[in-house]
Ligand binder design. Structure first.
Ligand code: GLP
Length: 261
């Protein structure tokens, strides 16, 4: 696992955008794994800017979402399928139909989860998966206790996650859906490159558990330790509880630029 610490989240976002641009340059039909939430927003702003400036094209690319709420009305602004359009994909030059996500309104939930896994496989798997981390260590919506081998399925959110996400639901944790569909931790491990972004002091404990704690279902993000190409991009505040922070800073400073992330 590579840990990259930048003084500000904006610096990390630019590095991750560089990695996406480099991927698309060598593989225009790349498959991107997109996350919602605040953590990747800086990366999305960079990508939109660079696409508008003609420095990158997503014309041949495809994208898959990590997760979705179950039971929201179709037009709900909080639905991740809508959030990602607003935050990113509507502003890119992706082909129509290039973005897929688990359908939180599906009547046949196991069938929808199987469809999604099959769609990911048919696309050849994800080249670069963006991830955030919850304050309880969740990735996607894989809450603590999630099997490290899990696949796309229905999960129940913890009270803590519903409280964290209440800001998108008028501040009311009870307005946050109880259930979600999410790629599993085993699904995520199939991506060729995992890039987790975290910023701010509120994420520092979860980041330390994920990076320096044991690999454990109790901290789902610790599954990144099992992946051959996992990158954790942090600002100083999110890295503040890492015992190895200085080592990571030194390693990054000495890394040959051609290697990228
Ligand atoms: C949500 C999402 C995750 C996201 C996490 C952190 O629950 N399902 O994909 O990583 O929260 O969110 P944020 O980036 O807004 O802190």
């Amino acid at each position: 696992m590579e840990v990259v610490i930048t003084p500000t989240a904006a610096g990390g976002a630019a590095l991750v955008a560089d990695a996406v641009v480099a991927l698309l340059a060598r593989r225009p039909a790349a498959v991107l794994g997109l996350a919602t939430g605040s953590s990747p927003l800086g990366v999305y702003r960079e990508l939109v800017e660079r696409c508008r400036a003609g420095r990158v094209s997503f014309r041949a690319a495809r994208a898959f979402l990590l997760d979705e709420y179950v039971g929201l009305p179709p037009a709900a602004p909080q639905a991740y399928a809508r959030v990602i359009r607003r935050d990113l994909t509507d502003a890119l030059d992706l082909a129509p139909g290039a973005v897929d996500g688990p359908d939180g309104a599906a009547v046949d939930v196991p069938g929808e989860c199987a469809r999604y896994e099959a769609a990911l496989a048919a696309a050849g798997g994800v080249d670069l998966q963006l991830l955030g981390i919850g304050t309880d260590g969740h990735v996607g919506f894989n809450e603590p206790g999630s099997s490290l081998a899990s696949r796309t399925r229905l999960k129940t959110l913890t009270r803590r996650t519903r409280t964290d996400n209440a800001r998108f639901f008028g501040g009311d944790p009870d307005a946050v859906p109880r259930h979600v569909l999410t790629q599993g931790l085993g699904t995520l491990l199939d991506a060729r490159h995992l890039v987790l972004l975290a910023s701010g002091e509120a994420k520092a404990a979860a980041v330390a558990a994920a990076v320096e704690g044991p690999v454990s279902a109790s901290c789902p993000a610790s599954v990144l330790q099992l992946h051959p190409h996992a990158t954790v991009v942090l600002d100083d505040a999110a890295a503040s509880r890492l015992a190895g922070a200085d080592h990571h800073r030194e390693t990054w400073a000495g890394k040959p630029a051609w290697q990228g992330l």
